[in-house]
Design a protein around this ligand. Structure first.
Ligand code: SME
Length: 160
């Protein structure tokens, strides 16, 4: 396993994702422990994009519980249908929020968060967890992030 990520600087984010995803695959393919893998995936995304907050909420019973992440401390439990994460979980789909203040029920774990993307990790029709990424800039996420984070979600589902 490569111990260091190699990502070109000064390139567009799609190119960064293109470089990052195979390296993440290499990182997680040799390890069966999901928490270890999610911890490294969080770190790899943080290191590459310097996201404000990036991590996972894991499905436990009927609710989401905070998993491995990078960034400021966060709320630990989210009910289905609540906030961006709980809505993505309930609706089993990716949500891009350009301005969190305009999302009804947004859960403000950090007052500095301005935009957000949440991607469910789905296996056999069941949501196992969600990937949550927050930015301190408005409208920081678009269909490029969606495309590659959904690819990442599939990669994680395949290891689950
Ligand atoms: N803002 C999220 C809660 C999680 S934090 O952003 C880390 C939401 O509305 O679901």
């Amino acid at each position: 396993m490569a111990e260091e990520l190699s990502i070109a600087q000064g390139v567009e984010k799609a190119q960064k994702y293109e470089q990052l995803l195979p390296q993440i695959e290499g990182l997680i393919s040799g390890e069966s422990n999901m928490i270890a893998n999610l911890a490294n995936v969080s770190a790899a995304l943080k290191q590459t994009f310097n996201f404000w907050w990036v991590g996972f909420y894991l499905v436990e019973g009927e609710e989401l519980v905070l998993g491995p992440f990078q960034g400021p401390i966060a709320c630990t439990r989210i009910k289905p249908g609540k906030g961006v994460c709980g809505t993505s979980y309930s609706e089993k789909k990716t949500l891009i929020v350009e301005d969190v203040d305009k999302f009804p029920g947004h859960i403000a774990c950090s007052a500095d968060s301005r935009s957000e993307i949440v991607v469910p990790v789905i296996k056999d029709g069941q949501v196992l967890m969600v990937i949550d990424v927050d930015s301190e800039q408005l409208a920081n996420f678009d269909e490029v992030d969606q495309r590659y984070l959904e690819e990442l979600a599939q990669m994680i589902a395949n290891r689950a």
